[in-house]
Design a protein. Structure first.
Length: 152
């Protein structure tokens, strides 16, 4: 990539992006498109995560709503989605604190509970797919993913 010298001293280099983009080979073009789409997806997921929600504790359960109710606490979809992971972390930390050799215990725990970790990963991935198809975001995700779906 040919760059002009930094004549302003502010760290910004003058790059002719139109020229640079024209000179990309097809693989670089696909990679650039994929990177741009990934960034846009991350921003959409971030937007979804900040969606306000309201949690109202019941006796043994929690009611989640997008409308505030008496006794509800404002939260976000991201905080709600993090609950399963936070539960695993809390249970693991509590158990480790009671162990004489917490690092050895942790290694065995990870080895013996691989299925639980994979279940959590599956849940997170499923949630991502559901978010991409949620009303209000579906069209935005379709626009972002349209080019990615045509990549070789």
């Amino acid at each position: 990539m040919k760059q002009d010298n930094d004549k302003t001293g502010d760290g910004n280099l003058n790059v002719d992006w139109d020229k640079e983009l024209q000179e990309l080979d097809p693989l670089e073009t696909d990679e650039a498109m994929f990177d741009v789409a990934t960034d846009r997806i991350e921003r959409l997921i971030g937007k979804w995560m900040l969606t306000p929600m309201y949690a109202t504790p019941d006796d043994d359960d929690m009611t989640i709503s997008d409308d505030p109710e008496e006794g509800s606490h404002e939260t976000t979809l991201g905080q709600i989605a993090a609950v399963p992971l936070l539960n695993i972390i809390a249970k693991t930390a509590a158990r480790m604190s009671r162990e004489d050799d917490p690092l050895t215990w942790f290694g065995e725990y990870i080895h013996n509970n691989g299925d639980m970790i994979l279940d959590l990963l599956q849940s997170v991935m499923t949630e991502g797919i559901m978010v991409a198809n949620a009303p209000g975001l579906r069209e935005e995700f379709d626009q972002v993913l349209a080019g990615v779906r045509t990549l070789n």
